[in-house]
Design a binder for this molecule. Structure first.
Ligand code: PLP
Length: 406
């Protein structure tokens, strides 16, 4: 099933629209990206560590790709390292900094709404004797800069606060966090997996020391990501082995993946203005369509400081899984939150942190728009969603009680 073919034929022989609104989980690889990758599977297939011509050709493209991505965040090419994705970058940044700086201190500050790539990493470090402060967030999902300042102590070695939240889309005051970290001589890591390609990021201007990014969120291939490490920052290696990535991250480079990642990043910033304009327009159309036609719905995340493609709504008197399955039956792909927590019955830690009750959090739906979304897609989703919510609520005794059966 190709994403570009917008219709599928159902079992009953009817044509049904198919709408993918889960771009924060992953994106399709763009044709331009795939085309750029292809020669690196079959023609330029050498191992970049080999000294012969095949190897040298591969090494050249790896370094050109590194320079492309680094320049898009205003970093030097020597400051950017390829990894196997956002999760590895998060693990490397936090564990690597903690271990390199353990003689200086054992305290890390993060937030309660980070991706599990950070939260579970912090939990592992706590078992090893590190102390972690998990900052609260407000109802929109933002940390307080005053809380951050108050949490810093002489033992603090690292602040890790995400750029844009993967569930509710809220963007943190990254530049201000960077200034606070710098003033206090503490390293600042940001998980920018949802932000890179959707925001203009200048690591120097924002005082970012470490930054995780991932290719498959920006129309590049899966299994490739990167970590920006500011010059002078010491990190313990996360993957030991050969001398790849200037002896910091061992393992034969995923050359086609690296090429695809760089191409995707280049396209993201080449077409940046049109991409943002399109996503925000469709996001507002979707948001308004839902909020104006469905009652007992709560729009989550920050009203302005948010990911351009993120719509997050919690519907009262509804069970999120039932909602997702019903949407799937009419060809609509959404999410209940983080792709990594779906399948679990626990309400999302992000929704709990912004103060939603368990009942409301369970009725939540994340719809994320991307470059292939159309106005017709959005209108179709609004129409179908309205009918599905009404149907599911007919089965809710609580809804009946609250509305008096109207
Ligand atoms: N961090 C955030 C904020 C994410 O949204 C994700 C993926 O959903 C990750 C990290 C993990 O990235 P990857 O899938 O490349 O491991």
């Amino acid at each position: 099933m190709r994403l570009t073919s917008k219709f599928i034929v159902s079992r009953e022989g009817e044509k049904m629209r198919r709408v993918y609104l889960d771009y924060s989980a992953t994106t399709p690889t763009k044709k331009e990206v795939l085309d750029a990758m292809m020669p690196y599977f079959t023609e330029v297939f050498g191992n970049p560590s080999s000294i012969h011509g095949f190897g040298r050709e591969a090494k050249k493209i790896v370094n050109e790709s590194r320079a492309t991505i680094a320049s898009l965040m205003n970093a030097d090419e020597k400051e950017f390292f390829f990894t196997a994705g956002g999760t590895e970058s998060d693990n490397w940044a936090v564990k690597g900094a903690a271990k390199a700086l353990k003689n200086k201190g054992n305290h890390i500050i993060t937030s309660k709404i980070e991706h599990h790539g950070i939260l579970h990493t912090c939990e592992t470090l706590e078992k090893e004797g590190f102390e972690v402060t998990y900052l609260e967030v407000d109802e929109f999902g933002r940390i307080s800069l005053e809380d951050l300042k108050a949490a810093i102590k002489p033992e603090t070695i690292l602040i890790s606060i995400m750029y844009a939240n993967n569930e509710i889309g809220t963007v943190q005051p990254v530049k201000e966090i960077g200034s606070i970290a710098k003033e206090n001589g503490v390293l600042f890591h940001t998980d920018a997996v949802q932000a890179f390609g959707n925001f203009k990021i200048d690591v120097k201007d924002m005082n970012i020391d470490l930054m995780s990014i991932s290719s498959h969120k920006i129309y590049g291939p899966k299994g490739i990501g990167g970590l920006y490490i500011r010059k002078g920052v010491r990190l313990q290696n996360f993957v030991d082995g050969g001398a790849q990535e200037r002896k910091k991250r061992a393992g034969t480079e995923n050359v086609p993946g690296i090429v695809g990642f760089a191409k995707a990043a280049e396209i993201a910033y080449r077409d940046f203005d049109a991409h943002i304009e399109k996503l925000t327009t469709l996001r507002e159309r979707l948001r308004n369509g839902i909020m104006e036609t469905i009652d007992y719905a709560k729009y989550n995340g920050h009203p302005e400081e948010r990911h351009p493609g993120n719509v997050h709504v919690a519907f009262e008197f509804i069970e999120g899984e039932a909602l997702l399955l019903s949407l799937d039956m009419v060809g609509v792909a959404g999410s209940s939150g983080s792709a990594c927590t779906s399948g679990s019955l626990d309400p999302s830690h992000v929704l709990m942190s912004i103060g939603l009750t368990h009942e409301i959090a369970h009725g939540s739906l994340r719809l994320t728009i991307g470059d292939f979304t159309t106005e017709e897609d959005v209108d179709y989703v609004v129409k179908e969603l309205k009918g599905i919510v009404a149907r599911l609520r007919m089965m809710s005794p609580l809804y009946d009680k609250v509305t008096g059966g109207k």
